[in-house]
Design a protein around this ligand. Structure first.
Ligand SMILES: [Mn+2]
Length: 243
């Protein structure tokens, strides 16, 4: 397990050409970044239909990532539900490391688990079922074999369907299931969990099923309520709001 003494964590930037403010903020963050590790815990991009077809304007994001990597910042990215098709070509050109779905790190003296967070929303059965289908390697191979225009069309349909489901639930993002959180933290034997996806930035203190006390840090999104960076330095985790 990697020992990390200083790092920054962000998630749910949902970058796309229609969000110039988020793009500028991200370029600024990369240019000013003064920690050795940056973890991007999913949904860096609003959508991604394959490394051969970056959405309009997103080649500049890859270039900015590559420049920051060249400066010596280790940037690690996990898939979100929007950009789960980020692949090896993206990793190569951006200089970023693609993480497994669940990644354990040793954050100072804290055994820590990193996730996007969508798997914690286990009460949403429809979503979990769809997720299982979309992460099937066979489905992915079939999808990536199609033309870019057909992939974009299907991606647009999926986004519209997920937006309709979101509206049907009174525009509330799903919340995590407390038992699922406790289960996964116990399984990985961690006392700190960092994730995004729900867009509900908050530090939660909790007691796991095995009575151990634990911390869960949720990363906020970048377009609804301003952006933040969760920083770990001098053995402390704290949120820093980004200009
Ligand atoms: Mn998400």
């Amino acid at each position: 397990m990697q020992l990390i003494e200083q790092a920054g964590f962000i998630a749910d930037l949902h970058l796309c050409q229609q969000r110039p403010q988020s793009l500028q903020r991200f370029y600024r963050l990369l240019a000013d970044f003064n920690l050795p590790h940056l973890f991007i815990l999913g949904d860096l991009f609003e959508f991604w239909v394959g490394d051969d077809a970056p959405p309009e304007g997103m080649a500049a994001v890859i270039q900015a990532l590559a420049q920051a990597s060249e400066r010596g910042i280790h940037i690690a990215i996990c898939h979100g539900n929007r950009d789960f098709l980020l692949g090896t070509q993206f990793a190569r050109t951006s200089g970023c490391q693609l993480l497994e779905e669940a990644t354990e790190i040793q954050l100072g003296d804290r055994p820590t688990l990193l996730l996007h967070g969508d798997t914690l929303c286990s009460d949403d059965h429809d979503y979990q079922q769809l997720r299982q289908q979309l992460r099937d390697p066979k489905w992915i191979a079939q999808f990536l074999a199609q033309s870019v225009s057909s992939r974009l069309e299907q991606g647009e349909r999926l986004r519209a369907a997920s937006y309709a489901a979101f509206l049907a639930k009174n525009s509330v993002m799903d919340e995590v299931n407390a038992a699922t959180v406790s289960d996964i933290m116990t399984r990985y034997q961690v006392t700190t969990l960092i994730h995004g996806h729900t867009h509900r930035q908050q530090h939660h203190q909790l007691t796991l099923a095995n009575q151990q006390s634990a911390d869960r840090y949720v990363l906020g999104d970048w377009h609804e309520a301003g952006a933040t960076l969760l920083r770990f330095e001098q053995s402390q985790l704290h949120y820093q709001s980004l200009p």
